[in-house]
Structure formats: structure tokens, C-alpha cells
Design a protein around this ligand. Structure first.
Ligand code: GAP
Length: 447
């Protein structure tokens, strides 16, 4: 079975508190059906993960909030959903066929294979031997396949390593069909695949993952303004849904770190237990992509700006986020071990289950009343019904799942037509009239 591997966690080394925290979170994710290994019954597949009932709700909430804030609530961004397999010329034009590579070395002692830039002090991360590596080779990260029955060079296709190329390939379609005017954006959420040399740190570096990308097309003279705008917007987005500010950093790339096509780039980084690492990149990709696709497809992808009476290739500002990395960051950020309980303090909009309903005992019509409340809430939010065991244990189970509200139907309910709503974080309890419960919860869940 594959296990979580911390960045510096060699076999036999004792774990530091951060590694322990990560290990506990990984085991909670498994125990409470957030995240499982892919094909676990066969020993797993390195770099691939399955989301269970709680995990799928958590990740969907994150993707839906991104979509709502990036597409639906704006008038200048359109959405698309492009195919994963594309004409292989796309990846020639984008530069991926030639240069989407990582430097790779093998350890001559234990035969382990590593990214050369992840080796510290020339020491093998697995067996610890020093200076025993092969020469650096370059390894293309794209998964290659063939489309159709013939397996020759004419049928080669790649699983997309980023979603944005589908957006560039559809730029003209959107301009010609959607009455958009520069500045405007095109957004997409979808799977991407990279044959990472060392998938690690739980879902952080996977071989199959989801991206949430938006390409914002603007007049070249306005690119610096929009670059700043999207850096601010995206940084604030994580704070809005509860990520702690002291753990979230915006790091501007130095000139020598920039991709050859980029005029600027900044990473939003998060302090994971295994180190500070990239959650999202915001790049000024200039006019590189539209020009390259024009050149390779022989279709003119320049844009005629009617206001300026001018034709030009728009510049692109790209906020590119990972849905799985964001999910992991929200999990890490929410995770707390207290003396009496383990709790996931998710923002109510992110939480996979919004409310749990408990009848206190099995008498006085309590289950019927509880079921009535449950059925009403279930129509609107993901709600859980639990009538098993001591109420304290029921609370603990919901705390571990990150459920922000537990509603108990007790002996008084039949007399005062009210229930108790317990808040996960403060554990404070409010007595609320039964017919006001939906309104009460909506204040938190839909605000
Ligand atoms: N279109 C630009 C682009 O793809 P990137 O920095 O390579 O840029 C963007 O990827 C985001 O995709 C990253 O910030 C990260 O959140 C996510 N991502 C990239 N590789 C990943 C991997 N192997 N596993 C999980 N997420 C990944």
C-alpha cells in the first residue's frame, strides 16, 4: 500500500509535528471517506486518488464556488468545457512536445528515480547514499496515446497536461459566437495529466488532477493593470472561504524563474505541513499562445478592436489553480486536534455536509419530527440524519466531517416547537423555532 511521503521523511526517521499532522490528516481522509488511493484493492496506482462521499462534496463545493465567482457572477467571462484529447499539433504549438520536461536522475544504489531539482545535498531521498546518481536526463511529462486503430506517428495524441490550450484553440469560436469584447476571459475546469517523476505529498503532486483556469484577454497596454487585478482577486478568493491569511503568500517570480513566454508571474503559496508550496500561478502570458496557434494552425487569431479601430494579438493574464491542491489546502487549514475532539473548521460554503439532524431519543414523536426537518433541509443542502448512539459521539462524528451545524430534536420540541442548533466551532447552542430553521441556516450557508 502506498503511504504519504513527507518531503524530508526518509524511512526510519522520527516524524516532526508537522509530519505527524499530515499523517493524521491523511488517515482521517481515509477513515471518513474524503480521499482513498486509486485502485487500492490492487495495491494502488502512484499519483492517482479517488474522492469518497465527503471528498467529492468538498471538491465540488470548491469548484462550484470558483465557477460562480469567476464566471457566473461576472459579465466579462465565458465558460467552456473542452475535450481532453486534442489534435497533437496543439501541443507542438504550445511548446509542450519539445520542452515540457523535468530533469531526472536515477540513484545507482537503490535504483530510485527522482527529479534532479528535488535532490538536496546530492543525497538519495530513499536510501540516503551520497553522490551516486546517473547523469541528468530530460523526461517529457505528457502521457502519450494513439487515437483510432492505427498505432503510428500519424495517430499520436496526448492527455492534456493543462486545460488552457483548449481555451486558446477556441478563442476564435468564442469571439465569433458570443459578442465578447476585449477585455474578456474564458474559463474552464477539467482534468489534466502529467507523468510526474515523483508524485508525492498526498494529492499535492498527482499524475491525474483537476485545474481551474481562466485566460483573460486584454489590450497589451492594459496587461500590467489586469495582472495586478487578478493577483489581488485570486489571493482574496482563498481568504473569502476561510484560508488563514498568515499561511497564504503571494510570491512574485524572479526574472530568471519566468517561462520564456511570460512577462510576469506570481504564485499563491500555502504553508502546508510539508513546506510552503504553490497553490495557484497567475501569469502574464503575453501574446505568445495566440501567435503560436496562429502560426501552427494557419488561422489568424488576432483580434479587431472596434473601439480602437485596430487589429492586434491580445495579451493573456492567466490565473491557473489546482482543484486538488485547493482541496488539500482547505483540508489542512481546517484541521485541528483539540483535547476532546478532532475538528475540521471548514467555511460553511465549503463544508461537504451542511447540517446534521439528531432525534435525541426514540420516543415522543421525536424521530418523526426530526425526519420532517431532515427532509425539508435535504431539498436544499447536503444534510445528514443520525439517530445512533450518545449525542456527544454524534457531535464528534460531525465535527470530524466538518459539519457546521447540528440540529437536535429533544423532549421540549413537542412543547415549544423549537430545536437546538449547535455551532461546530464555538459549540454554542441556539434555540430556534422549527419553522425558522431554514432561514437561520441560510444566513450562513448562502451568504
Ligand atoms: N496553464 C498553466 C499551468 O498549467 P502550472 O503552474 O503548471 O501552470 C497550474 O499548473 C496549477 O495546476 C498549479 O498551481 C497546481 O495547483 C496545479 N497542478 C500542477 N501540477 C499538478 C500536479 N502534478 N498535481 C496536482 N496539481 C497540479
Amino acid at each position: 500500500m502506498l503511504v504519504f511521503e513527507a518531503k524530508v521523511g526518509r524511512k526510519g526517521m522520527s516524524k516532526n509535528p508537522q509530519e505527524q499532522k499530515m499523517q493524521s490528516l491523511v488517515s482521517l481522509c481515509r477513515r471518513r471517506a474524503f480521499i482513498f488511493q486509486s485502485s487500492e484493492i490492487y495495491g494502488g496506482l502512484n499519483g492517482c486518488w479517488d474522492y469518497g462521499p465527503l471528498g467529492v462534496e468538498l471538491k465540488r463545493n470548491i469548484k462550484e464556488l470558483w465557477w460562480k465567482d469567476t464566471v457566473l457572477s461576472r459579465t466579462d467571462v465565458e465558460g467552456v468545457d473542452c475535450s481532453i484529447l486534442m489534435n497533437s499539433k496543439v501541443w507542438e504549438a504550445s511548446g509542450h512536445v519539445q520542452s515540457f520536461t523535468d530533469p531526472m536522475v536515477d540513484c545507482l544504489q537503490c535504483r530510485g528515480r527522482f527529479r534532479a531539482d528535488h535532490i538536496v545535498n546530492n543525497q538519495c531521498p530513499t536510501c540516503g547514499s551520497k553522490n551516486k546518481f546517473t547523469e541528468v536526463r530530460h523526461f517529457n511529462l505528457m502521457f502519450k496515446t494513439h487515437v483510432g486503430a492505427l498505432e503510428d506517428s500519424s495517430s499520436v495524441a496526448y492527455l492534456r497536461p493543462e486545460t488552457c490550450q483548449g481555451i486558446f484553440a477556441n478563442f476564435d469560436n468564442i469571439v465569433n459566437t458570443c459578442r465578447v469584447k476585449v477585455p474578456f476571459g474564458i474559463a474552464q475546469i477539467g482534468k489534466a495529466f502529467r507523468n510526474e517523476i515523483n508524485p508525492r505529498n498526498f494529492t499535492f503532486r498527482s499524475r491525474e488532477f483537476e485545474q481551474m483556469e481562466m485566460e483573460f484577454f486584454c489590450n497589451p497596454s492594459e496587461a500590467p493593470k489586469w495582472f495586478q487585478y487578478w493577483k489581488d482577486e485570486r489571493y482574496d478568493w482563498y481568504l473569502k472561504y476561510g484560508i488563514k491569511k498568515e499561511r497564504l503568500h503571494l510570491r512574485e517570480h524572479a526574472k530568471d524563474e519566468l517561462a520564456h513566454y511570460a512577462a510576469g508571474c506570481a504564485d499563491i503559496e500555502y504553508d502546508f505541513p510539508f513546506g510552503c508550496a504553490e497553490l495557484e500561478g497567475i501569469a502574464n502570458r503575453t501574446d505568445y499562445d495566440l501567435k503560436r496557434h496562429s502560426e501552427f494552425s494557419k488561422k489568424d487569431l488576432s483580434y479587431f478592436d472596434q473601439g480602437l479601430n485596430q487589429r492586434y494579438f491580445p495579451y493573456v493574464i492567466e490565473p491557473s489553480a489546482g482543484a486538488d491542491r485547493a482541496t488539500l489546502a482547505f483540508l489542512v487549514d481546517a484541521y485541528e486536534e483539540e483535547a476532546e475532539r478532532t475538528v475540521l473548521r471548514f467555511h460553511p460554503r465549503i463544508a461537504p455536509i451542511k447540517a446534521a439532524v439528531f432525534p435525541l431519543v426514540n420516543k415522543d414523536g421525536m424521530p418523526e419530527t426530526a425526519e420532517q426537518i431532515f427532509n425539508t433541509l435535504k431539498k436544499r443542502w447536503n444534510t445528514f440524519y443520525d439517530d445512533k448512539g450518545a449525542v456527544g459521539r454524534r457531535y464528534r462524528r460531525q465535527d470530524e466531517a466538518g459539519t457546521p451545524f447540528c440540529i437536535t430534536v429533544d423532549g421540549e420540541t413537542s412543547k415549544d416547537q423549537a430545536v437546538t442548533i449547535r455551532h461546530r466551532d464555538s459549540m454554542a447552542q441556539d434555540r430556534i423555532a422549527m419553522d425558522k430553521v431554514v432561514e437561520y441556516l441560510a444566513k450562513y450557508l448562502e451568504a
